[in-house]
Design a protein around this ligand. Structure first.
Ligand code: KG4
Ligand code: ZN
Length: 331
């Protein structure tokens, strides 16, 4: 089976062609970063408009890049939610039209499940079960994953997502958008131990997270400093990143230990963060368990992970009908 995947849940317009395996034949991601940069974050109305403008060409490019005739596509998979409703509607409505015009089956994919399916796009996928940390701009959650769609929620953030905290701290430092990669870069020449930011929820036994406290502590510190030198900014970025990573990795390991699970994974946009990747791998080695992280290009939003999740749904007989809609929130 060859599946066309479509992803428009936030600010990336993405299409991919994936065949059974899964094997990625092509993956195109058209970023809207330039559109939203001036606003320091994603503007939902602008995001929907950009998706409308870009999607047809992105789909055509993905099919051409796969080196197949359009008639070889057997099915379509598109993100139904969670995400920005206007953005989701553009991609999902396009997918419905594309599928029905050609008599193809359509699968509606959950964006969070798709992030986990990114683990299966490369050679060394994890065996089930594994405990996965999903860290993105919209979500931070821990799941026990026992089958392609068997995800048990173990804990989640009570306020900001980790990626959102990166973006907000970057904004406070005047770095720009999206903040994650910019904080990571600045942190390289900073001292991660200069500012002892709080490690929220680390002392609590559950698996929930909270990042608004760290973000507020960074804001207060910036206000208190008489001026913010380049060195201060780098130390601040490094100390913030260190606090977030420490909490993420500690909770992930704790959840794996509590469930007696010998495999952990980290997925989502923030999983592209180098120090987080290294710390996860190091911690897993020390505990004698295995760590799995998608390569950075499959961490951020893309349509290959959507098509990979769609392949499972389609094989299991799930189909979306004309009445199917999108949803903004999970659960
Ligand atoms: O998964 P994703 O592309 O979109 C959502 O589903 O939210 O994640 C985007 C988030 C943004 O908050 C971005 O700042 C963060 O991932 N991010 C990073 C890095 N690269 C992207 N955060 C920390 N370090 C990075 N290298
Ligand atoms: Zn995402």
């Amino acid at each position: 089976m060859i599946v066309l995947g479509i992803e428009t849940s936030c600010d990336d317009t993405a299409a991919a062609v994936v065949e059974e395996g899964p094997r990625v034949l092509s993956s195109i991601v058209a970023s809207q970063v330039e559109t939203h940069r001036a606003f320091g974050g994603v503007v939902p109305e602008l995001a929907s408009r950009r998706h409308i403008e870009a999607l047809s060409a992105v789909v055509e490019e993905a099919i051409a890049g796969a080196g197949i005739a359009p008639g070889r596509i057997d099915a379509v998979a598109a993100t139904r939610g969670p995400g920005l409703v206007g953005s989701l509607l553009v991609g999902f409505s396009f997918a419905k039209g594309y599928a029905w015009a050609r008599g193809l089956p359509l699968a509606g994919v959950n964006h969070l499940e798709a992030h986990i399916h990114a683990l299966f796009l490369e050679d060394r996928p994890p065996a089930y079960p594994f405990v996965s940390l999903l860290v993105s701009g919209g979500h931070t959650a821990l799941y026990l994953v026992s089958s392609p769609f068997g995800m048990e929620l173990l804990g989640q953030t009570r306020d900001d997502a980790a990626g959102e905290a990166f973006d907000k701290v970057a904004k406070m430092l005047g770095l720009g958008y999206p903040g994650g990669p910019l904080i990571e870069k600045l942190a390289r020449c900073g001292d991660p131990h200069r500012f002892p930011f709080p490690r929220p929820a680390l002392d609590q036994s559950g698996f929930d997270f909270s990042f608004s406290g760290i973000k507020t502590a960074v804001g207060r510190l910036i206000e208190r400093l008489p001026s913010l030198s380049e060195g201060d900014a780098a130390d601040l970025a490094a100390s913030f990143q260190e606090a977030v990573i420490e909490v993420l990795v500690a909770k992930l390991l704790r959840a794996a230990a509590a469930r007696g699970c010998p495999r952990i994974a980290v997925v989502g946009g923030v999983a592209a963060n180098g120090p987080l990747r290294r710390r996860t791998e190091q911690a897993a080695r020390e505990c004698g368990i295995e760590a799995f992280l998608p390569p950075p290009r499959w961490c951020g939003d893309n349509a290959a992970m959507v098509a990979a999740a769609g392949l499972h749904l389609l094989r299991a007989g799930y189909r979306c009908g004309p009445e199917s809609g999108v949803f903004s929130r999970s659960g």
